[in-house]
Design a protein around this ligand. Structure first.
Ligand SMILES: Nc1nc2c(ncn2[C@@H]2O[C@H](COP(=O)(O)OP(=O)(O)OP(=O)(O)O)[C@@H](O)[C@H]2O)c(=O)[nH]1
Ligand SMILES: [Mg+2]
Length: 461
């Protein structure tokens, strides 16, 4: 942890735009002295008398030598990103000019900001809560429509409102139970036990719908792990190459060509898939390397959200396929059976051959037929497989863990109430649940936690 981060009396400055040459660059200055300090080096309109949310043309000068012509945008506290006075200087986008201006600001008393320090201040000034601040980082890092949408939703408040409400209700009950304890001699009950049980059950349900959404949420953020599995020579590597339009994986007619797993990204309508080509599964191999590859295949299968089970329609019988699919069903992944090499059929009798197996998609990886159907199936697997769109989705591992802890404590509350345990124990468990819910929105924080969250931001954010 870096203590400098918490010196909120300092006025901080940093480039807000990426490093390198560009048309313009923005330097952000925030703090109690921000306007006064920039005013010392800015020749033009008197910034100290400027209204909030106004833009002013002027020159940045150092001892009467002009460094650059800039636009200064003024935000007066508390109406700014950080909640403090903020000046944004749009200068010409040369790294040299930016450096000169930053040096000048530092000479006049500003300090260069730490990563995420602007957003940290926004959090400390209650401009956003912790889960919203974390969403800012996700937003900057988002690289697909879906991840962008989830980050935006979380930044605008997402589930923090729910969590705050749950927390407040629990706080009410906890204080009533604690009040009872003060009057324990008189044997009064301020808290209706049935109401409390109902409330805890409702909250429990909400918490578990949030934790359930994590698998989906995490997939959106990091890409849906999608494994192409099947027997050697089924055409897995050919399919990977066809999907990403590139000769990425080695293809040959020798079974056991792929030894290690190969992963490539594929974006379909804003959803990111991590397509993983694996070594073909066969039961007996004397080849050590191939054996290791097969072990790795099973590891990938266990981690998969979706398994594309590829089989050669020419040499696979329906019974065999059914058996292979049955063994895969032990996995929690969504399984799509894919019949490959249909180009070797002159008619469509292959559909009859596998008629009793549901949901088979038939393709030819080699001649790239029916690939769009496969893409549609992939998209559906995501939306059918888990929480649909529009629902609140958890993408953050820290939130997920806090929710799991809250859920454990809520179970403790319910058990305590069922077994008529003492009010003290029940209150203790409620307080624990309140604590864990508070960790998400930042009502409960430690400097270590804040440090680890905000240090992941880029400088200037
Ligand atoms: N006719 C036909 N041949 C195909 C098709 N897909 C793949 N093949 C051929 O099947 C052979 C094996 O293809 P690969 O893509 O290497 O198969 P694989 O499943 O990755 O095999 P391993 O890595 O050994 O497990 C190659 O000769 C491919 O050209 C297809 O749709 N039609
Ligand atoms: Mg292969």
């Amino acid at each position: 942890m870096n203590p400098v981060r918490y010196q909120t009396e300092d006025t901080i400055c940093a480039p807000a735009t990426p490093s390198g040459v560009g048309a313009i660059a923005v330097i952000r200055v925030s703090g109690k002295q921000a306007i006064e300090l920039v005013g010392k080096v800015f020749k033009g309109h008197n910034l100290q008398t400027a209204a909030t949310h106004t833009v002013h043309f002027g020159k940045i000068t150092d001892n009467n030598i002009t460094i650059d012509e800039v636009l200064a945008t003024i935000f007066i506290a508390p109406k700014s990103y950080t909640g403090e006075h903020v000046v944004e200087l749009s200068c010409h986008g040369s790294p040299f000019i930016q450096q000169k201006i930053l040096e000048l600001l530092v000479r006049h008393g500003a300090r260069v900001a730490q990563p995420g320090e602007f957003t940290l201040r926004a959090f400390l000034n209650k401009k956003l809560d912790l889960s919203q601040a974390e969403a800012v980082a996700d937003l900057i890092a988002s690289d697909s429509d879906t991840s962008l949408q989830t980050a935006l939703q979380q930044m605008r408040g997402g589930y923090s409102l729910y969590i705050q409400r749950m927390r407040e209700e629990l706080i009410n009950f906890a204080s009533l139970i604690e009040l009872e304890l003060d009057f324990s001699e008189e044997d009064v009950e301020f808290v209706n036990r049935e109401q409390l049980v109902q409330l805890v059950k409702n909250i429990q349900q909400l918490v578990s719908s949030l934790t359930d959404s994590f698998r989906y949420g995490n997939a959106i953020k990091n890409g849906v792990p999608t494994v192409i599995a099947g027997k050697p020579n089924a055409g897995k590597s050919t399919l990977l190459n066809a999907l990403i339009n590139e000769e990425r994986a080695l293809v040959s007619e020798v079974p056991g060509t792929t030894r290690d797993t190969i992963e490539e990204r594929l974006v379909i309508d804003g959803i990111v898939f991590r397509i993983i080509d694996t070594a073909g599964i066969r039961e007996h191999t004397s080849d050590l390397i191939e054996g290791k590859g097969i072990e790795r295949t099973f590891e990938k299968i266990r981690q998969a959200e979706i398994i594309l089970y590829l089989f050669d329609v020419n040499i696979t019988s329906a019974e065999e396929l059914q058996k292979q699919l049955d063994t895969l069903k032990q996995q929690s992944a969504f399984i799509v059976p894919v019949g490959n090499k249909i180009d070797q059929y002159s008619d469509e009798t292959y559909t009859r051959k596998f008629a009793q197996i549901a949901g088979v998609i038939f393709i030819s990886s080699l001649s790239q037929t029916f690939l769009p159907q496969l893409l549609t199936a992939l998209k559906q697997a995501v939306t059918l497989g888990d929480a649909g769109k529009g629902q609140v989705v958890i993408t953050n591992l820290r939130h997920y863990q806090a929710l799991l802890h809250a859920s454990e404590s809520l179970n403790g509350v319910l058990n305590g109430l069922n077994e008529h345990l003492s009010g003290e124990l029940v209150a203790f468990e409620i307080r624990k649940a309140i604590y864990h819910l508070g960790e998400i929105t930042g009502e409960i924080t430690t400097e270590d936690l804040l440090g680890s969250i905000f240090s992941k931001f880029c400088i200037g954010k």
